[in-house]
Design a protein around this ligand. Structure first.
Ligand SMILES: Nc1ncnc2c1ncn2[C@@H]1O[C@H](COP(=O)(O)OP(=O)(O)O)[C@@H](O)[C@H]1O
Ligand SMILES: [Mg+2]
Length: 244
């Protein structure tokens, strides 16, 4: 990881990219002008897919949700470089990716400070995927096996102490038989396994119910149980492995 500072602007990147990381990488128009913009994700309109010379990337500009969004869309209150959203997500991704967890590989970060506030962006490698857990649920493509796999993946992250602040069905990407977790904004590393894994699962449960308009305690009971069971065994298994 490298850090460059020029005036009120910082970059963080993988060491092999530190000599080439620059401002234009974080500007969607720059990629569009070269015909290298592959797509934009709907939602808050803040995510772009790019075909860079080093491979496919995803550029995310951090935007506020909720009430503050009306006041300032993308400005956050500065409390130090290490506290910025993008730097925290970059470091968390590095930590997870290095231990082989299925998450995006971090590429680079830009932080720009202006007065008391900052804006920030994150680039990660694009994860090839055909579908998402959300789409599978919508298509009623609802094999119990898939739910069990989702439970296993989440259990692995939890065993590593990884708290996901927004564990919803859109943040689970599916590539053939592999499942990836994305969107670690406001995520954290915890060093105990008390209540937070259950809070993550409760968030996912609400998201599944919203997406399917069905209840995990009724129509989807067996599916949900399969997810919970494999989450539990993955958590145990991986905790045992790491204490060997
Ligand atoms: N590394 C990635 N590889 C492939 N697609 C991604 C990646 N990161 C984000 N996306 C796509 O962009 C969407 C939005 O990104 P996300 O990080 O979840 O931001 P948001 O905060 O807007 O939910 C995701 O739902 C996914 O479709
Ligand atoms: Mg998301």
């Amino acid at each position: 990881m490298q850090r460059h500072k020029s005036k009120n602007q910082w970059f963080l990147s993988h060491p092999e990219l530190s000599s080439i990381v620059n401002e234009s990488w974080f500007n969607a128009d720059y990629w569009a002008e070269q015909g290298r913009l592959l797509g934009t994700y709907a939602g808050r309109g803040s995510v772009w897919m790019i075909k860079s010379a080093e491979g496919k990337w995803v550029l995310k500009h951090y935007y506020r949700g909720g009430l503050y969004a009306k006041i300032s869309r993308d400005k956050y209150f500065w409390t130090g470089f290490n506290q910025t959203r993008a730097v925290r997500e970059f470091r968390l991704l590095t930590h997870m990716y290095d231990q082989g967890l299925p998450c995006p590989k971090p590429v680079a970060v830009q932080v720009k400070k202006s007065g008391l506030f900052y804006t920030n962006d994150l680039i990660t490698e694009y994860i090839r995927h055909q579908t998402t857990f959300a789409k599978k649920l919508n298509q009623n493509d609802n094999e119990i096996q898939l739910w069990a796999q989702v439970g296993t993946v989440i259990g692995r992250f939890h065993a590593a102490g990884i708290y996901h602040a927004d564990l919803n069905v859109h943040n689970l990407l599916i590539n053939n038989n592999d499942i990836y977790l994305i969107d670690f904004d406001k995520g954290d590393i915890k060093n105990n396994h008390t209540k937070w894994p259950q809070a993550n699962l409760a968030r996912l449960k609400r998201s599944i119910e919203k997406e399917t308009q069905q209840s995990c305690d009724q129509q989807l009971k067996n599916h949900w149980q399969a997810l919970i069971d494999s989450h539990q065994s993955a958590l145990k298994q991986n905790l045992n492995d790491s204490s060997l």
